[in-house]
Design a protein around this ligand. Structure first.
Ligand code: PMP
Length: 441
C-alpha cells in the first residue's frame, strides 16, 4: 500500500515465489565460496547457482576473460556469426569430449538456458529418427519450459499444467534408498534395466520405436541420486539395440562436478547426445547440444533463435573449461567429495534423522527422514521435508547456504564450487552438524 514501491520485505516475498526459499538478505558481493550481504554478514554458498559456478563467484580468470572481450571491441551480439571467441569456445568443448564422441561430435548452440538445450535436443532426435516417443525417468529434471517440463519425472511442477508433451514414457530410476523394486541398490538397478529391456523389446508394449531416451547420470533436482555405472552401460546396450538415441542431460553434472569431466564418463559409455549448460557459461547464460554426426539432419537455420552463443558467456565459459581441465578440478572434486561424504556419514552416525548420504564428486545429497515414522520394506524411513527445512534455516543462520531437492524437498544438496578446499568443507560439515542437532531437539 505504499505507492508504486514495495518495501523490501514484500519485494523479497514476491521474488521468493520463483524459488521456495526464504533468505532474508540482499547480497552485495561475492568471491569464491563466499557471498556477503548488505549487513556485512558472510555466507558460504553451497548452492552456487544450482551448480553453475564451477570456479565459485567472481573467479579472476572468468572476470578477466569477460573484461578482455569488452576491451577488445568484439561484436557482443552476433546471432550465430563466428568470432574468435566462439571458435575458442567450440575448440575447448571438443577438446574435453572423450573419444570416440570427440571425433564424431557436432555442436548446436541453443537459447541460453538448460531447458532450451533440452528442447533443441528433443527436436533433433525426433527429426533424425522420425519417431515420437521419448523415454524419460521418474524423478528426473530437465527444465521448466513446456517440452522440458513434459520430460520431467516429478509431478510437483506439472500437476497444474494440462496438456504437456504427450508420448513421454517414464521409466524407473535406480534410486537405491527408495528402490522402486523394493530391493537393495545393485540388485534394484539390475532388475530396473531388465524391466526397460523387456519393455523396449516387447512389440505389444507399443513403444518399441523410441525417438530418444533422456537421462541424468546423477539426478540433481530429483534429490542427488547417482545411478550405478553398470546400469548406465545397460541403458547404452539396450538403446543401441533398438536404435534409440541415448541423451545425457549433463546440465548440472557436466564440467567436473561429479569427479569426471562429464558424468557419463564414469560408466565409459558413449552417448549420442550430450546436453550442456550451467557451468559452460561461467555464470552467464549459455547452452549447447553436442551430438553424434549420425543425427546431423538439420539444415542451417533448422534450429534458429536470437540469443544463441553470447560472446561474453562464451569467453567466460572458455575460461572455466580451460581452468577445470588444466587444474585437474574433476579429480579434485572426486577426492574432496569422497572426504566430504565421509564427514557427512559421521554426522549421520550421530543423528537420527539422516536416512542416506550419497553423491558423486562435489554433488552430494543428504536425505532427511523421520526416524519415528514407519519403515518401508527396504528399511527406509519416510521423508521429513519440515525437518529438512529447519536444518536449511539453521545452516542459513550460521552462514551456510544450502538448497533442498528431491520429490518431497527432503534432500539437502551440497554443490560447492570445484575450487573449494578441504578446510572449507570441514567448516561446512561442522555447521551442518550443529544445524542438524539443533533441528532434532
Ligand atoms: N537439466 C538439468 C539436469 C538441470 O539440473 C536443470 C536446471 N537445474 C535443467 C535441465 C534446466 O536448466 P535451466 O534452469 O537453465 O533451464
Amino acid at each position: 500500500g505504499n505507492g508504486p514501491y514495495l518495501d523490501s520485505q514484500r519485494r523479497r516475498e514476491s521474488n521468493a515465489r520463483t524459488y521456495p526459499r526464504k533468505i532474508p538478505a540482499a547480497f552485495v558481493s561475492a568471491s569464491g565460496l563466499r557471498v556477503k550481504d548488505a549487513d556485512g554478514k558472510t555466507y558460504m554458498d553451497c548452492l552456487q547457482g544450482a551448480g553453475t559456478l564451477a570456479l565459485g563467484h567472481n573467479h579472476p580468470v572468468v572476470l578477466e576473460a569477460m573484461q578482455d572481450v569488452l576491451a577488445s571491441g568484439l561484436p557482443l551480439h552476433t546471432l550465430d556469426l563466428t568470432t574468435p571467441v566462439k571458435e575458442k569456445f567450440v575448440d575447448e568443448v571438443f577438446s574435453l569430449l572423450p573419444a570416440p564422441l570427440a571425433g564424431r561430435a557436432k555442436i548446436q548452440f541453443c537459447g541460453p538456458s538448460g531447458a532450451d538445450a533440452v528442447e533443441a535436443a528433443v527436436k533433433l532426435v525426433k527429426t533424425a529418427t522420425g519417431r515420437r516417443t521419448m523415454f524419460s525417468f521418474h524423478g528426473g529434471y530437465h527444465g521448466m519450459t513446456h517440452g522440458a517440463l513434459g520430460l520431467t519425472g516429478n509431478l510437483g511442477p506439472k500437476r497444474r499444467v494440462p496438456g504437456l508433451m504427450a508420448d513421454v514414457h517414464f521409466l524407473p530410476y535406480p534410486y537405491s534408498y527408495r528402490c522402486p523394486f523394493g530391493v537393495g541398490s545393485a540388485e534394484g538397478a539390475r532388475i530396473g534395466s531388465q524391466f526397460i529391456e523387456r519393455l523396449l523389446d516387447d512389440p505389444e508394449s507399443g513403444i518399441v520405436e523410441g525417438a530418444g531416451m533422456i537421462v541424468e547420470a546423477v539426478q540433481g533436482e530429483g534429490g542427488v541420486i547417482p545411478s550405478p555405472d553398470e546400469w548406465m552401460r545397460e541403458l547404452r546396450r539396450i538403446t543401441a539395440k533398438s536404435g534409440v538415441p541415448l541423451m545425457l542431460d549433463e546440465v548440472q553434472t557436466g564440467i567436473g562436478r561429479t569427479g569426471a569431466m562429464f558424468a557419463f564418463e564414469h560408466s565409459g559409455i558413449t552417448p549420442d547426445v550430450v546436453i550442456l549448460s550451467k557451468a559452460i557459461g561461467g555464470g552467464l547464460p549459455l547452452a549447447v547440444v553436442v551430438y553424434d554426426e549420425a543425427l546431423d539432419v538439420w539444415e542451417p537455420g533448422s534450429h534458429a533463435g536470437t540469443f544463441r552463443g553470447n560472446q561474453l558467456a562464451m569467453a567466460a565459459g572458455t575460461a572455466v573449461l580451460r581452468y577445470v581441465r588444466e587444474n585437474g578440478l574433476a579429480d579434485h572434486a572426486a577426492v574432496l567429495g569422497a572426504g566430504m561424504m565421509e564427514r557427512l556419514r559421521r554426522v549421520q552416525a550421530d543423528a537420527g534423522c539422516i536416512g542416506d548420504v550419497r553423491g558423486r564428486g562435489l554433488m552430494i545429497g543428504v536425505e532427511i527422514v523421520d526416524p519415528h515414522g514407519a519403515r518401508d520394506s527396504l528399511g527406509s524411513y519416510p521423508a521429513h521435508p519440515a525437518l529438512a527445512k529447519a536444518i536449511q534455516q539453521g545452516c542459513l543462520r550460521r552462514g551456510l547456504i544450502l538448497e533442498l531437492g528431491g520429490r518431497h524437498g527432503s534432500v539437502v544438496r551440497f554443490l560447492p564450487p570445484l575450487i573449494v578446499t578441504d578446510e572449507e568443507l570441514e567448516a561446512i560439515a561442522e555447521i551442518f552438524y550443529d544445524a542438524v542437532r539443533e533441528a532434532e531437539r
